[in-house]
Design a binder for this molecule. Structure first.
Ligand code: URP
Ligand code: ZN
Ligand code: ZN
Length: 458
């Protein structure tokens, strides 16, 4: 059904103006100062956006939905994750495909695609995880890129599991450079992590509060420096995921200054949560175990500053949902067995708005750029990330006057806890459309699982 959003304040990464937006047949067909009902096709649904902000659909370029990891599986399905994303205003997710080292890449793509297709209500794409590199993997990676999955993911961490060695890293980056695809990378020096974990456990330091000390900022900075060296020598375009500290950003900037094409991502937990959360009593700290770990408070301020200046291009979540009661507790005896990850796909937009825009840390355009437009540009998501005639009608009517509180009792994610339990939020996605179809109304999901589709990539 055609959709007319009237009287809203349209905010994109570059513009801020009052206009009506008309969507027909999945795309935006007209933007005008005033579009009357007589100018719309019969049956057009009109949404009054007086007093509201109209944003392009938000894009989360780093999530995990299907994730076999650390002896268990992430809790969400594409049905729950897609619904949670949409209720939060995110209309496109890019998921990391994380095959085991012996899995064939094409089989992994089919598995991950099979989970999303028919279940996701939001649109989606993938970063193809390269967890080993040999002739077969290379052949299949080429086919995967031809099928439109135009980005890779490598892990410099997770020794013996998802991590690649330097030979594999070199060849993955060379292939990325040859095929013109961005290589995303988790940057922590895996040997340092491994050795420090052993030392901490041997001295009886087994609780979640020791996860941070096992991977200090130097471990991450060394990982980023390593990636920059390899990118410089291979010519690959790289994207550093979940950068958590100033030391790591500085290494990326040094690479960029030497001519490396590099982008830097921060994830919501590294803007809002500090390491004191992992020190919470009663093993509750396990809820906050993720990698890279939560840092000290001064790092949060520095990451906001990098976001404001544009050094950090994107804000993702690294949504990695594990239950507290049945999954995080796998690490009761040793923090190294706590499944890493913090669920937050639903709350990225409202928390970034509340703590970024409302608290004056970033302006509205930077907010849209970091939460939508830059990811569309870097990863070539066709039709996404803006409000323009001919672009996908992914639209968010956002109510800045809404006041709410986050709770696991009401969230749409499948996990039994929220890392942001009781946190107040200002503003919410009131109406959310994906390619012209209204999926959220009055902040409630009314969409159809399976509406989502694989986004064409340029
Ligand atoms: O702790 C995290 N980040 N868990 C998900 C896997 C990853 O490293 O992205
Ligand atoms: Zn990671
Ligand atoms: Zn991740």
């Amino acid at each position: 059904m055609p959709l007319l959003i009237k009287n809203g304040r349209v905010v994109t990464a570059t513009d801020d103006y009052r206009a009506d937006v008309l969507a027909e047949g999945e795309v935006i067909s007209r933007i005008g100062r005033s579009i009357g009902p007589a100018e719309c096709p019969p049956g057009t649904e009109v949404i009054d956006a007086t007093g509201k902000l109209v944003f392009p659909g938000f894009i989360d370029p780093h999530v995990h939905v299907h994730l076999p990891f650390m002896g268990t599986h992430a809790k969400d399905t594409w049905e729950t994750a897609g619904r949670a994303a949409l209720v939060g205003g995110t209309t496109t997710l890019i998921e990391m495909i994380c095959p085991g080292k012996t899995d064939e890449p094409i089989a992994a793509l089919e598995t991950w695609l099979g989970k999303a297709r028919g279940a996701a209500a939001c649109d989606f794409s993938f970063h193809m995880g390269v967890t080993r590199f040999d002739d077969l993997a290379e052949r299949q990676l080429r086919q995967i890129v031809e099928r439109g999955i135009r980005s890779f993911k490598v892990f410099l961490a997770y020794k013996g599991a998802l991590g690649v060695d330097d030979r594999e890293l070199y060849h993955a980056l060379r292939l990325g450079a040859e095929l013109g695809v961005v290589v995303t990378a988790h940057c922590e020096n895996e040997t340092l992590v491994d050795e420090r974990q052993r030392e901490l456990l041997a001295s009886g330091k087994t609780g979640p509060e020791f996860h941070g000390p096992s991977r200090p900022v130097q471990v991450e900075a060394e990982g980023v420096r390593h990636l920059m060296t390899f990118a410089e020598l291979t010519g690959a375009e790289v994207y550093v995921v979940h950068t958590s500290c100033d030391e790591a950003v500085v290494e990326a900037v040094r690479g960029i200054e030497r001519g490396v094409r590099a982008h830097v991502e921060v994830v919501l937990p590294h803007l809002l949560l500090d390491h004191s959360f992992t020190q919470r009593p009663g093993f509750e700290g396990a809820k906050y175990v993720m990698s890279p770990p939560l840092r000290d408070r001064s790092q949060l301020r520095r990451m906001w500053s990098h976001l404001r200046s544009g050094t950090v291009s994107t804000v993702a979540t690294d949504h990695a949902p594990f239950d507290f009661q049945t999954q995080k507790t796998l690490g009761r005896e040793a923090f190294t067995k706590i499944p890493n990850g913090i669920p937050s796909v639903q709350h990225r937009v409202e928390l970034l708005y509340t703590h970024g825009v409302c608290e004056g840390r970033i302006d509205l355009r930077t907010f849209v750029a970091a939460a939508s437009t830059n990811a569309a540009r870097i990863f070539g998501l066709r039709g996404k990330g803006g409000i323009a005639v001919g672009g996908d009608a992914d639209l968010v009517v956002f109510d800045p006057d809404f006041r709410g509180t986050i709770s696991a009792a009401t969230h749409q994610m499948a996990t039994d806890y929220s890392a942001f339990e009781g946190w107040p939020v200002r503003g919410r996605a009131e109406v959310v459309a994906v390619r012209g179809a209204v999926m959220v109304r009055d902040g409630r999901f009314i969409g159809r699982p399976g509406h989502g589709r694989l986004v064409p990539r340029g």
